[in-house]
Design a binder for this molecule. Structure first.
Ligand SMILES: Cc1cc2nc3c(=O)[nH]c(=O)nc-3n(C[C@H](O)[C@H](O)[C@H](O)COP(=O)(O)O)c2cc1C
Length: 174
């Protein structure tokens, strides 16, 4: 049984593209890749590692977002799930040129939701190499997970994913 789950939302764009790259980089035999809409929350106990992929869509919190955000539904359904039982990491897509004040904010939102359920994010990633002014997705010199910008730095997506997977491997033991 695969011990690592990669769940992402939304499908059809850069998040899915990055999720597929991540899946290939970890090894498709070692991780399961799932669109959030197709994932049954009852399967959570099957996995030791969870990697969450999101885009930042511009709302302060998902509860303010009005586009039927599936993550809100996921975190409602996992309200009493103890995330301390798993290793959890997050990657987020954003655009540092168009949204420099909110670059990859979703990393901060995911962190908050995971911590409210007893978990802790692993896979902090250096802010060096990005150009932004503010974000709730970082603290000091590190983002709370992997920041990807397919809009303005697409050539860096694969190298960043490769380095992040190497970093995560010691903790997640894929
Ligand atoms: C309406 C809208 C709002 C966005 N807001 C932000 C934002 O606040 N911060 C950010 O870093 N990127 C923001 N982005 C950029 C997206 O996160 C980025 O383009 C991402 O790659 C989209 O992923 P997708 O193609 O899977 O939807 C926004 C994009 C759109 C269309």
């Amino acid at each position: 049984m695969k011990k690592t789950l990669i769940i992402y939302w939304a499908p059809g764009g850069s998040v899915e593209k990055a999720a597929r790259m991540l899946h290939e980089t970890i090894g498709i035999d070692k991780a399961e890749l799932c669109d959030l809409a197709a994932f049954e929350v009852s399967r959570m106990p099957e996995f030791e590692n969870l990697i969450i992929g999101t885009a930042t869509i511009g709302a302060e919190t998902w509860r303010d977002a009005n586009d039927n955000n599936k993550w809100m539904e996921f975190f409602e359904k996992t309200r009493s799930y103890d995330f301390s039982k798993m290793k959890v990491a997050s990657f987020a897509l954003g655009n540092q040129i168009f949204y420099p004040d909110h670059f990859v904010d979703s990393l901060g939102i995911i962190r908050q939701e995971i911590e409210q359920r007893g978990g802790k994010l692993t896979g902090a990633w250096p802010v060096k190499g990005y150009d932004f002014t503010d974000s709730i997705g970082y603290d000091g010199d590190f983002f709370f997970g992997l920041a990807l910008d397919e809009d303005t730095q697409p050539e860096l997506t694969q190298p960043r994913i490769s380095a992040w997977v190497e970093q995560l491997a010691s903790e997640m033991k894929f």
